[in-house]
Design a protein around this ligand. Structure first.
Ligand SMILES: *[C@@H]1O[C@H](CO)[C@@H](O)[C@H](O)[C@H]1NC(C)=O
Ligand SMILES: *[C@@H]1O[C@H](CO)[C@@H](O)[C@H](O)[C@H]1NC(C)=O
Ligand SMILES: *[C@@H]1O[C@H](CO)[C@@H](O)[C@H](O)[C@H]1NC(C)=O
Ligand SMILES: *[C@@H]1O[C@H](CO)[C@@H](O)[C@H](O)[C@H]1NC(C)=O
Ligand SMILES: *[C@@H]1O[C@H](CO)[C@@H](O)[C@H](O)[C@H]1NC(C)=O
Ligand SMILES: *[C@@H]1O[C@H](CO)[C@@H](O)[C@H](O)[C@H]1NC(C)=O
Ligand SMILES: *[C@@H]1O[C@H](CO)[C@@H](O)[C@H](O)[C@H]1NC(C)=O
Length: 338
């Protein structure tokens, strides 16, 4: 790894961004919920569902899902598909992880702009075109902007549709590195929804702060109702991210009312830059959360993959590890809070 060219960038970026990052982390770790990290494009039209014919989605789901109607869903936009950008890293992680390579066949890449779709096809991945008309939101969008919110909502609508068709899935942001097969670590105790968290506090049914960048949802009546209700709140949730709205629904008792069992996933297994897993034998995913810019995410995720490759190559890695220092402007909180 060479980061020599990054020094001045880092220095400048640090001065400019440090105060902002402090706010981001306070926001992520003290106030619910966390910071979503994906960038999507979206146009919510009244005719959204007509634009994507239902049988096309059905065919795509059938082609990708495993026998048990379970699949992985990732959203792809043109910022992700550049050379050496997020998609490459994501695929690299799947290709080099433990028992993860076969999963590439079970990921549905949902493209939200034409370039992403084309690149997806070129790479011969399973692609679904969710290209919608109207405003082009495919540039990098800052996480509190309207465009960002719209993308989030579009995603909620689409994923609700998948559930309604009886498919369970892991949703993953593209900036989540898959180091191990997560399916083996998911709970099977009647959980309807298992969601990653920025900061995990002991109790999986307690006050952990959800991050909608990685979760597993089981298709059933209750989860369909959840996604319907979640999306229905859109018009009354101006300026709130879909993730905030979910957190609010939780506080308002919606999970209980709908009879949902919702579990927060431990960061020891499903970790991120907000709270890194310190156990190499357990870590499954690493999410570039608590990190604002695409450039920083890429730098830091590359070093995560590198460390994984180097330290895990003999299969003898020990419990406690030191991840390399985060080189970009991402914060690296090594003090596990549980
Ligand atoms: C939705 O699409 C139909 C045709 O597919 C069209 O007749 C209708 O006007 C559209 N509605 C809106 C709000 O654009
Ligand atoms: C679905 O099947 C796959 C492949 O056999 C397995 O790894 C996964 O755990 C199953 N998923 C669920 C939710 O049972
Ligand atoms: C809920 O699911 C069950 C099957 O699991 C089905 O029989 C029932 O009709 C569903 N209820 C609703 C309200 O959709
Ligand atoms: C939001 O409001 C618009 C009209 O302002 C309406 O067409 C749309 O269906 C509403 N969406 C939801 C989820 O209620
Ligand atoms: C893991 O690998 C990195 C190189 O990427 C190295 O700097 C670090 O010291 C290694 N950690 C351990 C615990 O071996
Ligand atoms: C893995 O093996 C190589 C040589 O076989 C050795 O240099 C390296 O230190 C080992 N790494 C770990 C983490 O044990
Ligand atoms: C792992 O660490 C323990 C002490 O914590 C040590 O006894 C053991 O030899 C280590 N194993 C490897 C493979 O490094």
């Amino acid at each position: 790894m060479s980061f020599s060219g990054a020094i001045s960038y880092r220095a400048t970026a640090f001065i400019v961004v440090a105060p902002l990052l402090v706010l981001v982390v306070i926001y992520a770790c003290l106030w619910p919920p966390g910071v979503p990290t994906a960038f999507f494009r979206l146009h919510r039209g009244a005719n959204t569902t007509e634009i994507t014919p239902k049988d096309e989605l059905e065919a795509a789901l059938e082609g990708v899902a495993m026998e048990n109607r379970t699949l992985v869903i990732a959203i792809l936009n043109k910022a992700y598909v550049e050379q050496n950008a997020m998609l490459d890293l994501f695929l690299q992680s799947l290709g080099g992880g433990e028992d993860t390579e076969f999963l590439i066949d079970h990921v549905l890449f949902v493209a939200v702009d034409q370039r992403a779709f084309n690149r997806c096809r070129t790479l011969e991945l399973h692609c679904y075109n969710l290209v919608t008309e109207g405003v082009d939101f495919s540039r990098e969008v800052f996480y509190m902007s309207d465009a960002f919110n719209n993308m989030m909502w579009r995603r909620t609508l689409f994923l609700g549709d998948v559930l309604r068709r009886g498919y369970s899935f892991i949703f993953t942001d593209m900036d989540v590195m898959w180091l191990r097969n997560p399916f083996s670590q998911l709970y099977r105790d009647g959980e309807d929804l298992q969601m990653s968290s920025d900061c995990y506090y002991r109790n999986p049914f307690g006050n952990s702060f959800f991050n909608t960048g990685f979760y597993f949802v089981t298709a059933n009546n209750k989860t369909v109702a959840l996604f319907d209700e979640w999306y229905a709140r859109r018009n009354n949730s101006k300026g709130m991210k879909d993730q905030d709205v979910l957190q609010k629904m939780k506080r308002g008792g919606a999970f209980t009312r709908l009879g949902l069992k919702v579990r927060a996933l431990e960061t020891t297994y499903f970790s991120g830059f907000c709270q890194m897993s310190q156990d190499f034998r357990k870590v499954i995913t690493v999410h570039a959360n608590c990190c604002a810019s695409m450039k920083a995410k890429l730098i830091d995720l590359r070093s995560v993959l590198e460390a994984w490759k180097v330290n895990n190559s003999n299969g003898t890695s020990n419990a406690t590890i030191a991840w390399p220092p985060i080189k970009g402007i991402c914060l690296h909180d090594t003090t596990n809070k549980h």
